[in-house]
Design a protein around this ligand. Structure first.
Ligand code: FAD
Length: 388
């Protein structure tokens, strides 16, 4: 056997979209065109972080385009990840305001299906599918970002449940969300096994003892928060999965968080606006052509992951590869738009290229950080290849 033959498969085999999704895609496009014509929203870059619009989310829910993979008995459609993929990529490509439901639809619903109790599924899934129940992500802490196992939020056993004390940080959307899964230490840290003794709790953000403090961006915009808990009571029925199995669960959640098309489409509305601005301009074919062909390759890889999810796999390694390549690509779209077009960014513009560029420039530093930094992802890839 050659050395190459022993390498693990980095990306699953290509997945083809089934013929049935063409009709779904056409329906979503027609809906988006009608919304745009009605002036309901303006396309933006990085909409899955910043485009919070509860009316829009509820409208998607009404049409059956949220929680698509949730079984019908919990309010979903029982559709495949490939159907969901088509809806998701159309929404992102249009720059539609999807932030309100994004986290709940992407990772909370599948985690509840994998680890939640029957009562938890019935409590949250119908609202997630309807686009009326919103979640954040309660993982990062001031000294536990890349090194997530270093979380210090404490979960102490009390009568009928647990008491959580600690601080989460960079919590996108917590000021609007109903709840998040808090990763906390439910047993003392064991240096020999740092991943042991962690648990996940469904923390409803209006619980007594929770304080949500804004962390404004340099522009003053408010997306992130610091969330402080002081002896917050979480009843036993809101423990997610198994006490002590938090690390395994959170890793599975991260596979959903890292694997979607939002990891290379955050700047797609800017790419299309840039192509519009450059129409007829000579000498840019090579750069623009290069960006478009790479987009195509990224999409093929990302679709392969959606295909693997459909067959029940958890492709962490492939998700790390696509997220690393995809988020660097997003930054290169921003660089190309600045260098090739020559129109300065304008954060005050109502819409158009200059506004899309301004939003993309301001959000770009986060592309390769959120959901796990690229350095950390490369460590995961190296481990998957048996190099560390
Ligand atoms: C836009 C945005 C939204 C976010 N939303 C959320 C959210 O909703 N919920 C949530 O829980 N978190 C959220 N985060 C936090 C995000 O997950 C962390 O920022 C990220 O995991 C990095 O952690 P850190 O900021 O503590 O950086 P650190 O871990 O301190 O890393 C600092 C630098 O050191 C490098 N580094 C660290 N360890 C290693 C290593 N072992 N090998 C090589 N290099 C290393 C990193 O790559 C990075 O460049 C968000 C972040 C951003 C930017």
């Amino acid at each position: 056997m050659t050395a190459a033959a022993r390498l693990p498969e980095l990306v699953p085999p290509p997945a083809e979209l089934p013929a049935r999704v063409a009709a779904l895609r056409a329906e979503v496009r027609a809906f988006l065109a009608a919304e745009r014509a009605a002036g309901s929203w303006t396309p933006r870059a990085d909409v899955w972080l910043s485009g919070w619009d509860e009316r829009f989310s509820a409208e998607l829910g009404r049409r059956g385009w949220l929680g698509m993979t949730i079984p019908v008995e919990y309010g979903g459609r029982g559709a495949s990840p490939l159907d969901r993929y088509v809806v998701t990529e159309e929404l992102l490509a249009a720059g539609a305001p999807v932030a309100a439901h994004w986290i709940a639809d992407r990772q909370i619903a599948p985690s509840l299906m994998r680890f939640g109790t029957e009562a938890q599924r019935r409590r949250y899934l119908p609202g997630i599918a309807a686009g009326t129940v919103f979640f954040g992500i309660g993982m990062s802490e001031p000294d536990a970002g890349s090194d997530l196992a270093a979380v210090r939020t404490r979960a102490d056993r009390v009568d009928g449940g647990w008491e959580l004390t600690g601080t989460k940080v960079w919590t996108s959307g917590a000021h609007h969300a109903h709840a998040f899964f808090a990763l906390a230490r439910s047993a003392p840290r064991d240096e020999a096994n740092r991943h042991a003794g962690l648990s996940q709790f469904i923390l409803e953000l209006d619980s007594p003892g929770v304080q949500i403090r804004p962390i404004p961006l340099l522009t003053g915009a408010h997306h992130f928060n610091e969330v402080v808990f002081d002896h917050v009571f979480v009843p036993d029925e809101l423990v997610l999965g198994e006490v002590g199995a938090g690390w395994r669960q959170v890793t599975s959640e991260l596979a959903f968080e890292r694997s979607g098309p939002e990891r290379f489409l955050s700047t797609f509305p800017l790419l299309t606006a840039m192509i519009g601005e450059l129409a007829g301009r000579p000498g840019v074919e090579r750069e623009v052509g290069g960006l478009v062909t790479r987009l195509w390759a990224l999409r093929r890889m990302s679709l392969a992951i959606a295909g693997a999810l459909e067959s029940g796999a958890a492709p962490e390694l492939a998700a790390a590869v696509v997220k690393d390549l995809g988020t660097r690509y997003e930054n290169e779209v921003v660089d190309a738009a600045r260098l090739l077009v020559g129109t300065p960014p304008d954060p005050g513009a109502a819409d158009g290229f200059a506004r899309l560029l301004a939003d993309a420039v301001l959000h770009a530093p986060g592309f390769t950080l959120r959901g796990g930094t690229n350095e950390v992802l490369r460590g995961i890839v190296a481990r998957g290849l048996g190099l560390r």
